[in-house]
Write a protein that binds this ligand. Structure first.
Ligand code: ADP
Length: 484
């Protein structure tokens, strides 16, 4: 199959979250399956490293008219590090040369409109007729509409089907209605949602949900949750109105990056047979070689600090647990002030046992995954979640709330059958998280149960070799389907 894959971030080139991990792994897996896949992303200044960038002559100084704005870009090609996959970078410093991948700047809509227009323009100039255009999140959600309108004349796209994958429905790309003129829709302006326009806005993700041939998301449970008023963030009705149900495909893990036996970020390696390296990593994380300290359980957190991640539940629980029980807690992340302030004050209250590092640090993220005994994800909602999958592989027992992909990937430990891979709580409240953390700390004391629990988790396989096949199947179904 010929596939065009569009993502606003791709690991390891530029990453803020799980989308980059997926975009950096799934396309490479699809290529290994023999598909011709072209990956497009913006050329941010954050993309660094020893890359061999090749300008593509057929797409040099391309002008794209977006309403009153003439945007110009160059196309650069390189290999995605560690793969044989060609990645195309849209080079437009005027739009992408910013301190962060995402901004609140007034031209944010133009930044990602260009990504989509440029990907389609490049398909034309490369004479690449995609059978599938795989659009990820709101940054690429206008492609289905653009194909029906601005590019409707071009037979190159006559056989193209579109798949929109929602990695997080909390982010929708909502812009003022006044930006409609940048879309060049002409008489097709009526294809925009009239109620939204009347409210003065355009919702890109909703637009994609309406116009894509198929919609998918990143776990089966989240696929059901986003079709309900509680989980749909206002888009559940649009999702329910579609003729095909939302497909839910759990994300895979790139075990070439996330494997405790080979992880390039770790000084010590380990496996299920020999966990001694795990204790050495823990010693490094905690900066100690004291055995009594290393015998205490370490709970890790690596996360964006937003309301989605459920840390509110810790405000009234974690200080009490730390006061009563012997454990270490290590959090890495940045985001909204209430969470950063909470973890900072926790560190002040328990300086010997709590560490909070504010920021984004890939290496430390790997070390915390590897060195912790437990990994805490009390999410309010979690489309897929990757850290619980990494945790399982690293012999780090996940404590998760039963939501989205967490529900699909972590099974509650059952002492009777000795099955299960973690500790799972149901209700999003303080009692739920307190019960889960205390249950996990008790389990840690039961060395025989703990050994089995770790082994169960390390034996799980969430590799892309398996999950990629599900996308391949979905693409095949799409090709057999009449356009939406
Ligand atoms: P989300 O996409 O909602 O942020 P995911 O669990 O899907 O959550 O993916 C998060 C990814 O980003 C993981 O690879 C995680 O290790 C990484 N990550 C998040 N915050 C940090 C941080 N502060 N430092 C390093 N890595 C981080």
């Amino acid at each position: 199959m010929r596939i065009c894959y569009i993502s606003s971030e791709v690991a390891p080139l530029a990453k803020t979250g799980g989308l980059a991990d997926v975009a950096g792994a799934l396309p490479a897996d699809l290529q290994r399956r023999g598909h011709d896949i072209r990956l497009f992303m913006p050329y941010y200044p954050q993309v660094t490293g020893p890359l061999e960038l090749r300008p593509i002559a057929a797409a040099t100084d391309v002008a794209v008219q977006c309403g009153p704005h003439e945007l110009r870009f160059n196309l650069l090609q390189t290999k995605l590090p560690g793969t044989l996959l060609d990645i195309y970078l849209i080079d437009c410093p005027a739009l992408y040369d910013r301190p962060a991948l995402y901004t609140l700047d007034p031209d944010e809509h133009l930044r990602f409109l260009l990504l989509q227009r440029a990907a389609l323009e490049c398909c034309q100039r490369l004479q690449f007729a995609p059978q599938i255009i795989h659009c990820n999140d709101w940054h690429a959600a206008l492609v289905p509409l653009l194909l029906k309108t601005v590019y409707g004349w071009d037979r190159l796209f006559a056989g193209t089907r579109t798949l929109l994958t929602i990695h997080n429905i909390g982010y929708q790309g909502i812009f003022p209605a006044s930006t409609a003129n940048t879309l060049n829709l002409g008489a097709s302006l009526s294809l925009l949602d009239a109620a939204d326009l009347a409210n003065g806005q355009i919702n890109w993700l909703k637009n994609g949900i309406v116009h894509a041939d198929r919609v998918s998301t990143v776990s089966p449970t989240y696929a059901r949750e986003i079709c309900t008023p509680a989980g749909g963030y206002g888009l559940d009705a649009a999702l329910r109105a579609r003729s095909h149900p939302v497909a839910g495909i759990l994300n895979g893990v790139d075990y070439s990056q996330w494997n405790p036996a080979t992880d390039a970020f770790l000084d010590y390696h380990f496996s299920e047979q020999d966990l001694s390296g795990k204790r050495r990593v823990k010693a490094k994380v905690l900066r100690t070689s004291d055995d009594a300290t290393l015998d205490l359980p370490l709970i890790g957190v690596v996360s964006r600090m937003t309301v989605q991640k459920g840390f509110d539940l810790l405000f009234d629980t974690l200080p009490g647990i730390l006061a009563q029980r012997q454990l270490h807690f290590f959090a890495l992340g940045s985001g909204d002030a209430p969470y950063e302030n909470f973890f900072a004050s926790l560190q002040q209250a328990f300086p010997d046992r709590v560490t909070f590092i504010r920021g984004y640090n890939e290496r430390l993220g790997h070390m915390i995954e590897a060195g912790s005994d437990l990994f805490l994800m009390p999410s309010l909602y979690e489309p897929c979640g990757l850290n619980q999958l990494y945790s399982l592989k690293y012999g780090t027992v996940p404590i998760v709330r039963r939501t989205g992909g967490l529900a699909d990937s972590v099974q509650m430990w059952d002492p009777a059958t000795r099955r299960g891979t973690g500790v799972v709580f149901n209700d999003f409240d303080a009692n739920g998280v307190r019960w889960a953390i205390e249950t996990a700390l008790d389990l840690f004391q039961d060395k025989s149960a703990w050994r089995t629990l770790i082994a169960n988790g390390m034996a799980q396989d969430f590799s892309w070799e398996h999950q990629g096949g599900e996308y391949e199947q979905l693409y095949k179904e799409l090709l057999a389907q009449e356009p939406a």
